[in-house]
Design a protein around this ligand. Structure first.
Ligand code: FES
Length: 176
């Protein structure tokens, strides 16, 4: 009787070990099915542009990089009326206007911080500053914040695809 229950216990224990082993190999198999990090990195990110709040800067992520998204206020749009450089960077989706940029300083790659009170970006590394539309307002950054490739699809923005609006920006030297 004691032997039986011992065998039963051993059986259960062995079963448990076998189950853990099976799960382990399933995890290993799944890992081998998952795309390589380099393949993942080449992926696209789709943003639903209808969810952003006016004047609130949001940081998204694409290919491991921070992506700044700012739905522009009417006030900001008014300020940009006399600034063709800012207008050239504007992204219009439906009746809304956006600033979109890779959130890495074009000087040496630090992540600038958005200052709500000043409505601009400050790079703490060497004091560079960018306007709310991503233009340099204080050196050392050599150019405005880069704009990631994007394609507009209704209310959605597909990061990583080169739509006509982005191609035009690139051709005109608005972004690298
Ligand atoms: S890295 Fe931003 S100012 Fe130098």
């Amino acid at each position: 009787m004691e032997n039986n229950s011992r065998r039963g216990f051993m059986g259960k224990a062995f079963g448990a070990v076998a189950a853990v082993g099976a799960i382990g190999s399933l995890v290993a198999m799944k890992k081998s099915w998952d795309p390589l990090p380099s393949v993942k990195a080449a992926g696209f990110t789709t943003l639903d542009m209808s969810v952003y709040e006016e004047g609130k800067m949001v940081t998204e992520k694409w290919r491991g990089k921070p992506i700044f998204v700012l739905k522009k206020s009417l006030q900001l749009m008014k300020e940009e009326e006399t600034n063709p450089e800012a207008q050239a960077r504007n992204i219009k989706i439906g009746s809304d206007n956006f600033m979109l940029a890779i959130g890495l300083c074009t000087h040496l790659g630090c992540i600038p911080a958005f200052r709500d009170d000043k409505n601009d970006f400050l790079c703490a590394c060497h004091g560079g500053q960018f306007s709310a539309s991503g233009l340099v307002t204080k050196v050392p950054p050599p150019r405005g914040l880069d704009i990631p490739p994007f394609r507009i699809d209704g209310n959605m923005l597909v990061l990583g695809e080169q739509g006509p609006e982005w191609k035009k920006m690139k051709e005109n030297g608005v972004t690298l």
